[in-house]
Write a protein that binds this ligand. Structure first.
Ligand SMILES: NC(=O)C1=CN([C@@H]2O[C@H](COP(=O)(O)OP(=O)(O)OC[C@H]3O[C@@H](n4cnc5c(N)ncnc54)[C@H](O)[C@@H]3O)[C@@H](O)[C@H]2O)[C@@H](O)CC1
Ligand SMILES: [K+]
Length: 519
C-alpha cells in the first residue's frame, strides 16, 4: 500500500466526539496553521466536490449560513461557486457572526451575491448547501431558525450539509429541537460519532468524509489515553478473516464450533444459525438440537455433526447429550440461543459453566436475564459475547434505563458491568468491551430487519470465533468482522433483490459473495 492508501485506511477507522475534534483542531492551530487558511482549504475541497455533483451553468445554489465557522465554510463555498459560474443566493438570518464568518459575508456581498434573511427567498434554488451549524452546536434550536429548518425540510431540492446536518448533536446524533434532513453530508476531517448513530440516519443522507490532512500524530496525541471508538472498515474486516489458510492443516486446526439451538417450536433458527456457521469456513461444526430436529438439520447440512438431544415435554433440549469422549472443553467455541425457548434454562446454565468462549443470542439471552446477567457472567472464566437487540438488552440490563437517550453510553456500561463483549443490534450496530473501547458498524441495510437474520449472525460469529481461537485475532475484532460480514451480505443481496428480497435463508446464500467481492 502507498502512504496515501495507508492514511486513507487509518483515517477511515477513526471516530471522534466534538470535544476531541476541537482538541485536535486546537493542536493544529497551535502548531501554526492559520485558522483562515484551514477554512479556505476545507471549503475549497467541499467546493470541488460540489462542482463535480451539481451541473454547472444553469444551477442556482442556495447557501444557508450560520453564525460560526460552519457558516464561514459555507461562505467560502458560496464565493467559490460564484466564481465557477453558478448563481448563488445566501440565506443568513443572524445579526451576530464570528469575526471570520462576518468578513467572508462582507466579501460575498461586495461581489454582488444576494443575501436574504428570509428562507422563503431561496425556494427557487435548485440545490441547497447547509452551513448553519457544525460541531459547535450545543443548545437546542428554537424560534426563527427552527421554523426555517422545518420549512426547508418540506422542500424538494437536494441539500448538501457541511460537516453535519445542522441541528444534529455531534456525539449522540440527536436532533436538537430540529435538524436539516440532508441528501448528502460532507463530514469534515474525521468521522464524528453522530454518523454512526441510528437516530441520525434520517438526517445524514449519503455521508462522505472530506480528509483535509489532519496529521495522524495530532489525532493519536488526543486519543491516546481515552477509550477508542473504531469504525469497522472493509479492509480491517477482511484482514481479520481466517484467510489465507495455512497450506498444511486439518479440520480440527481450523476450529471446532458447537452450536446449541432449536426446539419443536423454532426449528428454522437452528438451520439458519448452522448455515451462517457453515459460511464462516469453520473446520468442524457440531450442532446440538432436540432429537426431533436431527434429520432436518442433517438434510440441510450433511457435513455437520448433528447431535440429537433428549427433549423436554415442550420440545426444547432437556440435556446436552454429547458424543462419547466429548465434553464442552472439546470445542474451540460455543454459540447458543437461537430457537431454544426459555425451557432450555438448564442447558444455558451448563454451557455458561464451561471455560470455552461463548456467543449468547436470542433465548439464551432471555434465560441469562432470568437467572441474573451480572451474577452469572461474573463467574465465567472465558470470554462471553452477548448479541442482544434492544428488547433483549433491556431485559439483560434493566438498571441501564436510558438506552434510547445514548446507545453508546448504554452499551459501554453494559460491557463494563458484565465483563462481556456486548453487541447491540441496530441499524448501526455497536460493540463494546469491558475496557471501554467501542466498535461501530457504519454500513447496513433495513433489508436485514427480518426474522432469522440475527440467527445467521450468531452462526457466522461462532464460526469465526472458533477459528480465531487457533490464531492471534482479538475477540472484539472477530465480533466486528462478523457484524461487517453479515451487513455486507445483506447490502449485496438487497442490491440484487431489493430490500424486500433478503429473507434470512437468502442472506446465507450471499455470505460468500460478500467476501469474494473484496478479494
Ligand atoms: N476553525 C476552522 O477553521 C475550521 C472549522 N471548521 C468548521 O467549523 C465548524 C465549527 O465551528 P464553530 O465552532 O464556530 O461552531 P458552529 O459553526 O458549528 O456553530 C457555533 C455557532 O452557533 C451558535 N449557536 C450554537 N447553538 C445555537 C443555537 N441553538 N441557536 C443559535 N445559535 C447557536 C454559537 O454561538 C456559535 O456562534 C465545523 O463544524 C466546521 O464546519 C472546519 O472547516 C475545519 C476548519
Ligand atoms: K451544517
Amino acid at each position: 500500500m502507498t502512504d496515501l492508501q495507508n492514511r486513507e485506511a487509518e483515517i477511515s477507522q477513526i471516530v471522534v466526539t466534538a470535544a476531541q475534534m476541537r482538541e485536535i483542531e486546537e493542536r493544529i492551530f497551535a502548531a501554526g496553521m492559520p485558522v483562515v487558511a484551514l477554512m479556505e482549504k476545507v471549503a475549497g475541497l467541499i467546493s470541488r466536490r460540489l462542482e463535480a455533483m451539481i451541473p454547472p451553468g444553469k444551477s442556482r445554489v442556495g447557501v444557508l449560513v450560520g453564525p460560526g465557522h460552519n457558516g464561514g465554510d459555507a461562505l467560502v463555498v458560496a464565493r467559490e461557486l460564484h466564481f465557477r459560474g453558478y448563481e448563488v443566493w445566501i440565506y443568513n438570518p443572524f445579526n451576530k457572526l464570528k469575526e471570520l464568518t462576518g468578513k467572508h459575508l462582507q466579501y460575498a456581498q461586495s461581489l454582488g451575491i444576494p443575501c436574504y434573511q428570509a428562507v422563503e427567498q431561496l425556494r427557487d434554488c435548485d440545490v441547497l448547501v447547509d452551513g448553519l451549524f457544525g460541531f459547535g452546536l450545543e443548545r437546542k434550536l428554537k424560534d426563527k431558525i427552527a421554523v426555517a429548518i422545518n420549512e426547508l425540510n418540506t422542500w424538494k431540492q437536494p441539500i448538501f450539509s457541511i460537516d453535519l446536518p445542522s441541528g444534529l448533536h455531534t456525539d449522540t446524533g440527536e436532533a436538537l429541537g430540529t435538524a436539516i434532513r440532508a441528501t448528502h453530508t460532507f463530514c469534515l476531517g474525521l468521522w464524528k460519532l453522530a454518523f454512526l448513530q441510528d437516530r441520525a440516519l434520517d438526517y445524514l443522507g449519503n455521508a462522505e468524509l472530506i480528509d483535509f490532512d489532519i496529521p495522524i500524530a495530532d489525532v493519536e496525541a488526543v486519543l491516546k489515553d481515552v477509550a477508542k471508538f473504531t469504525r469497522i472498515t472493509t479492509a480491517k474486516a477482511i484482514a481479520n478473516l481466517p484467510l489465507p489458510r495455512r497450506p498444511v492443516t486439518h479440520k480440527y486446526k481450523e476450529g471446532h464450533l458447537l452450536l446449541v439451538c432449536g426446539s419443536h417450536r423454532y426449528a428454522g433458527g437452528a438451520i439458519l444459525t448452522a448455515l451462517g456457521a457453515r459460511a464462516s469456513g469453520v473446520g468442524m461444526l457440531s450442532i446440538a438440537v432436540p432429537e426431533y430436529l436431527k434429520p432436518i438439520l442433517v438434510s440441510h447440512l450433511p457435513e455437520a455433526l448433528v447431535i440429537g438431544c433428549p427433549e423436554t415435554e415442550t420440545g426444547a433440549i432437556a440435556h446436552l447429550q454429547l458424543p462419547e469422549k466429548t465434553d464442552l472443553s472439546t470445542f474451540d467455541a460455543i454459540a447458543i440461543g437461537p430457537g431454544l425457548t426459555i425451557d432450555a434454562t438448564p442447558i444455558v446454565q451448563q454451557v455458561m459453566e464451561s471455560k470455552r468462549p461463548l456467543v449468547l443470542d436470542a433465548d439464551a439471552l432471555n434465560i441469562l436475564a432470568q437467572i441474573g446477567t451480572i451474577s452469572t457472567l461474573q463467574k465465567r472464566q472465558a470470554p462471553t459475547i452477548l448479541t442482544p437487540h434492544e428488547g433483549e438488552f433491556k431485559r439483560l440490563f434493566p438498571n441501564i434505563p436510558d438506552i434510547q437517550q445514548d446507545k453508546v453510553k448504554a452499551v459501554s456500561q453494559a460491557a463494563l458491568q458484565s465483563g462481556a463483549i456486548v453487541l447491540l443490534k441496530g441499524a448501526r450496530t455497536l460493540i463494546a468491551n469491558a475496557h471501554g473501547s467501542l466498535w461501530l458498524n457504519p454500513n447496513s441495510t433495513p433489508a436485514l430487519a427480518r426474522g432469522g437474520s440475527g440467527d445467521v449472525l450468531t452462526g457466522i460469529m461462532g464460526g469465526l470465533l472458533a477459528q480465531a481461537m487457533k490464531k492471534q485475532i482479538a475477540i472484539e475484532e472477530v465480533v466486528a468482522t462478523a457484524s461487517w460480514w453479515h451487513s455486507q451480505a445483506g447490502i449485496i443481496a438487497a442490491q440484487e433483490r431489493t430490500e424486500l428480497g433478503v429473507d434470512a435463508f437468502t442472506l446465507t446464500q450471499y455470505l460468500m459473495q460478500a467476501i469474494v467481492n473484496c478479494h
